[in-house]
Ligand binder design. Structure first.
Ligand code: URA
Length: 211
Protein backbone atom coordinates (compact mmCIF):
# COMPACT_ATOMS: atom_id res chain seq x y z
CA UNK A 1 0.00 0.00 0.00
CA UNK A 2 1.30 3.50 -0.80
CA UNK A 3 1.24 6.24 1.84
CA UNK A 4 -1.70 7.90 0.10
CA UNK A 5 -3.63 4.62 0.03
CA UNK A 6 -3.13 4.02 3.73
CA UNK A 7 -4.04 7.63 4.59
CA UNK A 8 -7.21 7.36 2.53
CA UNK A 9 -8.12 4.06 4.23
CA UNK A 10 -7.59 5.66 7.66
CA UNK A 11 -9.83 8.59 6.67
CA UNK A 12 -12.47 6.19 5.33
CA UNK A 13 -12.51 4.22 8.59
CA UNK A 14 -12.98 7.44 10.55
CA UNK A 15 -15.70 8.74 8.19
CA UNK A 16 -17.82 5.61 8.65
CA UNK A 17 -18.78 6.86 12.14
CA UNK A 18 -19.27 10.52 11.17
CA UNK A 19 -22.06 12.46 12.89
CA UNK A 20 -20.93 15.95 11.82
CA UNK A 21 -24.36 16.78 10.35
CA UNK A 22 -27.87 15.36 10.64
CA UNK A 23 -27.56 13.10 7.56
CA UNK A 24 -26.09 10.28 9.66
CA UNK A 25 -29.56 9.64 11.10
CA UNK A 26 -31.09 8.63 7.77
CA UNK A 27 -28.13 7.09 5.92
CA UNK A 28 -27.70 3.38 5.27
CA UNK A 29 -24.03 3.72 4.32
CA UNK A 30 -21.40 6.44 4.23
CA UNK A 31 -20.33 6.87 0.59
CA UNK A 32 -16.75 7.92 1.21
CA UNK A 33 -15.42 7.69 -2.34
CA UNK A 34 -13.38 5.07 -4.16
CA UNK A 35 -10.79 4.42 -6.80
CA UNK A 36 -7.08 5.10 -6.99
CA UNK A 37 -5.75 7.55 -4.35
CA UNK A 38 -2.52 7.83 -6.39
CA UNK A 39 -4.45 9.16 -9.37
CA UNK A 40 -3.70 12.67 -10.66
CA UNK A 41 -7.40 12.96 -11.61
CA UNK A 42 -10.30 13.18 -9.13
CA UNK A 43 -13.99 13.38 -10.08
CA UNK A 44 -16.44 15.04 -7.68
CA UNK A 45 -20.23 14.75 -7.78
CA UNK A 46 -22.86 16.27 -5.50
CA UNK A 47 -23.94 13.48 -3.18
CA UNK A 48 -25.11 9.86 -3.00
CA UNK A 49 -28.52 8.77 -4.29
CA UNK A 50 -30.53 5.69 -3.39
CA UNK A 51 -28.26 3.06 -4.98
CA UNK A 52 -25.12 4.70 -3.60
CA UNK A 53 -26.66 4.82 -0.11
CA UNK A 54 -27.55 1.12 -0.35
CA UNK A 55 -24.12 0.03 -1.58
CA UNK A 56 -21.77 2.59 -0.01
CA UNK A 57 -20.22 3.25 -3.45
CA UNK A 58 -20.28 6.50 -5.48
CA UNK A 59 -21.99 6.71 -8.88
CA UNK A 60 -23.34 3.17 -9.13
CA UNK A 61 -26.95 3.96 -10.14
CA UNK A 62 -28.16 4.99 -13.61
CA UNK A 63 -26.10 8.19 -13.53
CA UNK A 64 -23.06 6.10 -12.61
CA UNK A 65 -23.61 3.76 -15.55
CA UNK A 66 -23.70 6.73 -17.90
CA UNK A 67 -20.57 8.14 -16.27
CA UNK A 68 -18.80 4.80 -16.78
CA UNK A 69 -19.73 4.85 -20.49
CA UNK A 70 -18.38 8.38 -20.88
CA UNK A 71 -15.16 7.47 -19.03
CA UNK A 72 -14.79 4.36 -21.22
CA UNK A 73 -15.11 6.55 -24.34
CA UNK A 74 -11.96 8.37 -23.10
CA UNK A 75 -10.11 5.15 -22.26
CA UNK A 76 -10.54 5.66 -18.51
CA UNK A 77 -11.64 2.97 -16.03
CA UNK A 78 -12.72 3.49 -12.41
CA UNK A 79 -9.49 1.96 -11.16
CA UNK A 80 -7.51 4.75 -12.86
CA UNK A 81 -9.19 7.62 -10.99
CA UNK A 82 -10.69 8.57 -7.62
CA UNK A 83 -14.41 9.46 -7.45
CA UNK A 84 -16.12 11.15 -4.54
CA UNK A 85 -18.84 13.70 -3.75
CA UNK A 86 -19.39 17.00 -1.97
CA UNK A 87 -21.36 15.09 0.72
CA UNK A 88 -20.85 11.46 1.85
CA UNK A 89 -24.39 10.68 3.01
CA UNK A 90 -27.61 10.70 0.99
CA UNK A 91 -29.78 13.77 1.60
CA UNK A 92 -33.46 12.80 1.52
CA UNK A 93 -36.92 14.18 2.06
CA UNK A 94 -40.21 12.36 2.45
CA UNK A 95 -42.53 13.04 -0.50
CA UNK A 96 -46.32 13.57 -0.18
CA UNK A 97 -46.80 9.90 -0.99
CA UNK A 98 -44.47 8.90 1.83
CA UNK A 99 -41.56 7.85 -0.41
CA UNK A 100 -37.97 8.88 0.30
CA UNK A 101 -36.68 11.24 -2.38
CA UNK A 102 -33.24 12.70 -3.05
CA UNK A 103 -32.73 16.38 -2.34
CA UNK A 104 -29.70 18.65 -2.68
CA UNK A 105 -27.57 18.94 0.48
CA UNK A 106 -28.14 22.09 2.56
CA UNK A 107 -25.31 24.64 2.78
CA UNK A 108 -24.58 23.47 6.35
CA UNK A 109 -24.48 19.78 5.36
CA UNK A 110 -22.19 20.57 2.44
CA UNK A 111 -19.80 22.74 4.44
CA UNK A 112 -19.55 20.19 7.29
CA UNK A 113 -18.71 17.42 4.83
CA UNK A 114 -16.28 19.53 2.79
CA UNK A 115 -14.41 20.59 5.93
CA UNK A 116 -14.54 17.18 7.56
CA UNK A 117 -13.86 14.86 4.63
CA UNK A 118 -13.57 16.36 1.13
CA UNK A 119 -10.70 18.66 2.09
CA UNK A 120 -8.73 15.89 3.84
CA UNK A 121 -9.36 13.55 0.88
CA UNK A 122 -8.11 16.12 -1.64
CA UNK A 123 -5.25 17.17 0.67
CA UNK A 124 -4.12 13.54 0.73
CA UNK A 125 -4.52 12.77 -2.96
CA UNK A 126 -3.24 16.19 -4.17
CA UNK A 127 -4.72 15.75 -7.66
CA UNK A 128 -3.34 17.65 -10.62
CA UNK A 129 -6.81 17.92 -12.16
CA UNK A 130 -10.31 17.85 -10.67
CA UNK A 131 -13.38 17.27 -12.82
CA UNK A 132 -16.54 18.53 -11.12
CA UNK A 133 -19.74 16.80 -12.18
CA UNK A 134 -22.41 19.51 -12.17
CA UNK A 135 -22.74 23.01 -10.77
CA UNK A 136 -22.95 22.19 -7.02
CA UNK A 137 -19.53 20.48 -7.01
CA UNK A 138 -18.07 23.30 -9.13
CA UNK A 139 -19.45 25.88 -6.68
CA UNK A 140 -17.42 24.20 -3.93
CA UNK A 141 -14.24 23.41 -5.86
CA UNK A 142 -14.00 26.27 -8.40
CA UNK A 143 -16.01 29.31 -7.23
CA UNK A 144 -19.30 30.10 -5.54
CA UNK A 145 -22.29 30.53 -7.86
CA UNK A 146 -20.60 28.59 -10.70
CA UNK A 147 -22.77 28.70 -13.85
CA UNK A 148 -22.57 25.26 -15.40
CA UNK A 149 -24.09 26.28 -18.75
CA UNK A 150 -21.65 29.12 -19.45
CA UNK A 151 -18.57 28.02 -17.46
CA UNK A 152 -18.36 24.26 -18.11
CA UNK A 153 -15.45 23.01 -20.19
CA UNK A 154 -13.02 25.73 -19.04
CA UNK A 155 -10.06 25.26 -16.70
CA UNK A 156 -9.79 27.22 -13.48
CA UNK A 157 -7.19 27.25 -10.75
CA UNK A 158 -8.63 25.82 -7.54
CA UNK A 159 -7.42 25.75 -3.94
CA UNK A 160 -7.70 21.96 -4.23
CA UNK A 161 -5.82 21.40 -7.50
CA UNK A 162 -3.82 23.40 -10.05
CA UNK A 163 -6.51 22.70 -12.66
CA UNK A 164 -10.25 22.23 -12.18
CA UNK A 165 -12.94 21.89 -14.83
CA UNK A 166 -16.67 21.18 -14.64
CA UNK A 167 -18.88 19.10 -16.89
CA UNK A 168 -22.60 18.32 -16.96
CA UNK A 169 -23.84 16.00 -14.21
CA UNK A 170 -24.79 12.58 -15.65
CA UNK A 171 -28.17 12.73 -13.82
CA UNK A 172 -28.93 15.96 -15.72
CA UNK A 173 -27.93 14.30 -19.01
CA UNK A 174 -30.32 11.40 -18.27
CA UNK A 175 -33.21 13.87 -18.06
CA UNK A 176 -32.57 15.07 -21.67
CA UNK A 177 -34.20 13.45 -24.68
CA UNK A 178 -33.28 12.87 -28.34
CA UNK A 179 -30.71 15.25 -29.79
CA UNK A 180 -30.42 17.16 -26.49
CA UNK A 181 -29.39 13.91 -24.76
CA UNK A 182 -26.75 13.14 -27.41
CA UNK A 183 -25.43 16.69 -27.23
CA UNK A 184 -25.21 16.67 -23.43
CA UNK A 185 -23.52 13.24 -23.37
CA UNK A 186 -21.00 14.38 -26.01
CA UNK A 187 -20.24 17.46 -23.93
CA UNK A 188 -19.46 15.35 -20.84
CA UNK A 189 -17.20 13.10 -22.93
CA UNK A 190 -15.42 16.21 -24.27
CA UNK A 191 -14.90 17.54 -20.72
CA UNK A 192 -13.56 14.19 -19.47
CA UNK A 193 -11.21 14.08 -22.47
CA UNK A 194 -10.07 17.66 -21.75
CA UNK A 195 -9.35 16.67 -18.14
CA UNK A 196 -7.42 13.59 -19.29
CA UNK A 197 -5.30 15.65 -21.70
CA UNK A 198 -4.66 18.28 -19.02
CA UNK A 199 -3.28 15.54 -16.73
CA UNK A 200 -0.80 14.54 -19.45
CA UNK A 201 0.30 18.19 -19.89
CA UNK A 202 0.42 18.98 -16.16
CA UNK A 203 2.62 15.96 -15.45
CA UNK A 204 5.31 17.62 -17.58
CA UNK A 205 5.20 20.85 -15.52
CA UNK A 206 7.49 21.30 -12.51
CA UNK A 207 5.77 20.44 -9.20
CA UNK A 208 4.04 23.44 -7.58
CA UNK A 209 5.00 22.70 -4.01
CA UNK A 210 8.37 21.87 -2.49
CA UNK A 211 7.08 19.56 0.19
N1 URA B 1 -24.98 11.61 -8.10
C1 URA B 1 -23.92 12.17 -7.46
O1 URA B 1 -23.73 13.38 -7.48
N2 URA B 1 -23.10 11.35 -6.82
C2 URA B 1 -23.27 10.02 -6.76
O2 URA B 1 -22.45 9.34 -6.14
C3 URA B 1 -24.37 9.48 -7.44
C4 URA B 1 -25.21 10.28 -8.10
Amino acid sequence: MTEKESQIEALRAEALGCQDCGLWETRTNVVFGEGNPNSPLVLIGEGPGETEDKTGRPFVGRAGQLLDECLYACGIARKHIFITNVVRCRPTLVSETGRLQNRPPTADEASACVRGWLEPILGTIQPLVILCLGGPAASVVIHKGFKITSERGQFFESRYAPYAIAGLHPAYILRQEGAAYDHARDSLIADIEAARKKVVEAKKEPPRTLF
